[in-house]
Write a protein that binds this ligand. Structure first.
Ligand code: 5AD
Ligand code: SF4
Length: 463
C-alpha cells in the first residue's frame, strides 16, 4: 500500500507498506492483487489496513505496484480542496492504465467518496465503485457486484457498525507501532470543516472491543499504539472516558507506549490531564489544535474556546507533565481574518512554544458555513502562511536542538537508509537514528542524543 506524502499525517512516517508475502486471506494459487493509495490522516491509514484485511477474504493480497494490481482503491481525503482535486488527477492517470488493462477495477473510498458520491462516477466513468468511510465492511460484496457488471455506490451511514462486520484481524506478525481507531466523527461543527459531514456524528467504540484489538496487536509484535479519533478525547466508550481507556490499555503486558490524536481543547478533562502526569506509558506528546489566536476568529470558527482558555489549559497540562511536547494545527486566512487577528495567532504561538505544528491556508469547502463568507485575498493568505511557518519551524528546530546531550528511550522501528542504521522514535515523537547499535525493530533502548539534523536526531545506544 502507498501513502501520499501528507504534512498533516506527518509526511507518511506512519505509512503502512505490506508486501504480498506478509498477506493473509484465502490461500489461492494465483491471488488477485489489491493496490491501495492512502491520502490524508492517520485514520485513513488505519482504514486502508482494515480494507486490505476485508478484501483478503475475497482472495486479494496487497501489492505496492499499481501496474500489477487487479483492483486499485484510492482512500481519499476531503479536508482541503487540494486534497480532493489530487484524487481526480490520480483517477485521470488510472483511466489510462485501464486502457492497457481492461480488467482492472478502480474504487474510490474515504471522505471524497462520502462527500461527492455518484458525482465521482459522473466525472470519471472509469471508476467502478464508490464506498464511504462507514461502509467499507461491504467492500467484498461490492467487489462481487463489480464483477457482475454493476457500479455499486455505498455512502449511507449504515445502521450496522462496520467494526462488527469486518473480518477478525489477522494473526500475522507486524511492525512495532500501530494505529487503533477508538472514536469516529465529530459533533463540533467548526465553521471551516467537512469532517462532521463526511465522517458523521461522534461515535465511540466499546472499550472491551478496543482492548481486545489492542491485545491482539501486542501479540503480533506491536509495542506502541496510537489511539485515533477525529475527536479522540471526546471518547465515551468507557465510563471514565479516554483516561479510563488509557488506564486499562496501560495494564496490557508488552504494550510499552500509548499515544492519542486528535484532540479538541474543550474535551481535555481533568482525568486526561492527570493521566499525562501519572501514566508512564502515555507518551509526552500532545497534538492539541487551536486553529487561531484571535478570539474574534475563534468565535467565527465556532470553536467555543478563547485564546486565553487555551493558554490556561496548556498551563495545566504542563503542570501535570512539564516536559510534554506540544503540537497544533493552524489555519490562516479564515474569512474575516485581519492582520491584527493574524498577529494574535503569532502571539499565541510565541506564548505556547510548539515542538511540532501543522499550518494551512484556509480552503473553502462546499457546504460548510464559512464557505459562504467573504474570502481573504489569496496572496495575503500565502504571505501569512509563510510568516507563521517560519516561526513554527524555528520553534520546532529549537525543540529538536534542545534534545542534544539528553538521554531518551527510543522505540526502534526499521533499518535506516545507511548501512547498520536503525531508526525509531523518542517519546516526544522525534525520529532518532543510530548506527552499529545491535538494536532491532521493536526494541526500546536508552539513547544519548548526539546531534540534531534536518528532520531527525542522531544518537548512540547506551544500554
Ligand atoms: N481549510 C484549511 N484547513 C483546514 N483544516 C480543516 N478544515 C480546513 C479547511 N477548510 C485543518 C484544521 C484541522 C486539520 C485537520 O486540518 O487545522 O485541525
Ligand atoms: Fe473538524 Fe476537528 Fe472542528 Fe470537528 S473539532 S469540526 S474534526 S476541526
Amino acid at each position: 500500500m502507498k501513502q501520499e506524502n501528507c504534512k498533516r499525517c506527518r509526511g507518511g512516517r506512519f505509512a503502512v507498506g505490506r508486501g504480498p508475502e506478509e498477506n493473509w486471506g484465502a490461500a489461492l494459487a494465483d491471488p488477485k492483487k489489491l493496490f491501495i493509495k492512502t491520502y490524508g490522516c492517520q485514520m485513513n491509514v488505519y482504514d486502508s489496513e482494515r480494507m486490505a484485511e476485508a478484501m483478503g477474504g475475497s482472495g486479494y493480497v496487497t501489492t505496492d505496484v499499481a501496474a500489477d494490481a487487479d483492483m486499485i482503491l484510492l482512500n481519499t481525503c476531503h479536508i482541503r480542496e487540494k486534497a480532493a482535486e489530487k484524487v481526480y488527477s490520480e483517477l485521470g492517470r488510472l483511466k489510462e492504465l485501464k486502457i492497457t488493462k481492461p480488467d482492472l477495477k478502480i474504487g474510490v473510498a474515504g471522505c471524497v467518496a462520502q462527500a461527492e458520491g455518484a458525482e465521482i462516477m459522473r466525472r470519471q466513468p472509469a471508476v467502478d465503485l464508490v464506498v464511504g468511510p462507514q461502509s467499507y465492511h461491504r467492500l467484498p460484496a461490492m467487489e462481487a457486484r463489480v464483477r457482475a457488471g454493476e457500479n455499486p455506490l455505498e455512502t449511507d451511514f449504515p445502521e450496522e457498525d462496520k467494526f462488527d462486520h469486518l473480518a477478525e484481524r489477522p494473526k500475522a506478525g507486524r511492525g512495532p507501532t500501530a494505529f487503533l481507531t477508538v472514536q469516529e466523527g465529530c459533533d463540533k461543527f467548526c465553521a471551516f470543516c467537512v469532517v462532521p459531514y463526511t465522517r458523521g456524528a461522534e461515535v465511540s467504540r466499546p472499550a472491551d472491543r478496543i482492548l481486545r484489538e489492542a491485545r491482539d496487536l501486542v501479540e503480533r509484535g506491536v509495542r506502541e499504539i496510537t489511539l485515533l479519533g477525529q475527536n479522540v478525547n471526546a471518547y465515551h466508550g468507557h465510563d471514565a472516558g479516554l483516561a479510563g481507556l488509557i488506564g486499562e490499555l496501560a495494564r496490557i503486558d508488552g504494550l510499552a507506549r500509548i499515544r492519542y490524536t486528535t484532540s479538541h481543547p474543550n474535551d481535555m478533562d481533568d482525568a486526561l490531564i492527570a493521566a499525562h502526569g501519572s501514566c508512564d506509558k502515555l507518551m509526552p506528546y500532545l497534538h492539541l489544535p487551536v486553529q487561531s489566536g484571535s478570539d474574534k476568529i475563534l468565535r467565527a470558527m465556532n470553536r467555543k474556546h478563547t485564546a486565553e482558555s487555551y493558554l490556561r489549559l496548556i498551563d495545566r497540562i504542563r503542570a501535570a507533565r512539564p516536559d510534554i511536547l506540544l503540537s497544533g494545527d493552524f489555519i490562516v486566512g479564515f474569512p474575516g481574518e485581519t492582520e491584527e487577528d493574524f498577529e494574535a495567532t503569532m502571539g499565541l504561538v510565541r506564548a505556547v512554544n510548539y515542538g511540532q505544528a501543522y499550518s494551512f491556508k484556509y480552503s473553502s469547502r462546499p457546504g460548510t458555513p464559512a464557505a459562504e463568507r467573504a474570502q481573504v485575498d489569496e496572496a495575503e493568505k500565502t504571505d501569512r502562511l509563510g510568516r507563521l511557518q517560519a516561526l513554527l519551524s524555528k520553534q520546532q528546530y529549537a525543540a529538536q536542538d534542545a534534545m542534544v546531550g539528553r538521554e531518551v528511550d527510543v522505540l526502534f522501528e526499521k533499518p535506516g537508509r545507511f548501512r547498520n542504521q536503525m531508526v525509531g522514535k523518542s517519546g516526544y515523537l522525534h525520529a532518532v537514528h543510530v548506527t552499529d547499535s545491535g538494536a532491532g525493530a521493536g526494541d526500546i533502548r536508552r539513547v544519548r542524543i548526539l546531534q540534531s539534523v534536518k528532520n531527525s536526531l542522531a544518537g548512540e545506544v547506551l544500554a
